[in-house]
Design a protein around this ligand. Structure first.
Ligand SMILES: [Zn+2]
Length: 237
């Protein structure tokens, strides 16, 4: 396991990742880079500030793809700020946003953004709803989405329901980064994390007994150790 102090950084040749933050109920924010591409994964609150500091406005405008694992606020809280900033700074190239089918948060943010700024948006937003685990490519990166198990409480605080939730595996020049998002222990994550150059595994459950929302430390570790290197994220503080 690599050092766990944020930001977490990892690189191999020209493939790199920086996890600015991954704190349950607060925020997640991840930047993925190749020599040509800038991707953002789970833009939680603070992502605009962190990206500005890390890459500056010009490169920020060249971000081409945003990947959402699920719609919980700590994973999408920065989407509005990002979209709005790109408009104010006159982004001209298209932006694709990938998200699990049924993620009403992303569709609602998009619809509100289009409503408010319809007359002044300078770039095209391509909403890409993901409904299966087929691979796709962008900027020489192959992306494999995979379903994960992640539940949330309803307002009674007792009943739970599954939320639309994905993990993503990014492959670039045979180098593989697997990010599970928020998930309970599940076979899709086990399979995709195995032999990755880097696995990013959540350990958000702060008890020893497994549940269907997050993983325990030992569950997360058992998956992480099947990858060449791993980060444990989303650990309760
Ligand atoms: Zn979540």
């Amino acid at each position: 396991m690599l050092n766990q102090k944020y930001p977490l950084t990892w690189h191999k040749k020209d493939f790199s990742i920086k996890i600015f933050c991954s704190i349950p109920n607060i925020a997640t924010g991840i930047l993925l880079r190749t020599n040509k591409a800038y991707f953002v994964v789970d833009p939680g609150d603070g992502i605009l500030r962190d990206l500005n500091k890390e890459i500056g406005t010009k490169k920020l405008l060249s971000i081409s793809d945003v990947f959402i694992t699920h719609g919980h606020h700590d994973h999408v809280g920065g989407v509005w700020a990002l979209l709005t900033y790109l408009r104010v700074m006159h982004k001209r190239t298209p932006l694709s946003i990938y998200y699990p089918k049924g993620c009403v948060e992303i569709e609602s943010i998009y619809n509100a953004f289009m409503k408010v700024y319809s007359a002044s948006i300078t770039y095209k937003i391509n909403l890409k709803e993901i409904n299966d685990d087929r691979n796709f490519r962008s900027k020489n990166v192959t992306i494999k989405p995979f379903p994960v198990i992640h539940k949330e409480f309803l307002s009674d605080g007792i009943t739970t329901r599954q939320v639309p939730a994905l993990g993503y595996k990014f492959t670039y020049n045979k180098m593989k980064i697997c990010y599970g998002g928020d998930t309970a222990y599940c076979k899709e994550l086990v399979e995709n994390a195995k032999n990755s150059d880097l696995a990013i595994i959540e350990a958000g459950h702060d008890e020893d007994t497994p549940d269907d929302m997050h993983m325990t430390m030992s569950e997360a570790r058992s998956i992480g150790e099947t990858a060449k290197e791993y980060f444990m994220v989303h650990v309760p503080e």
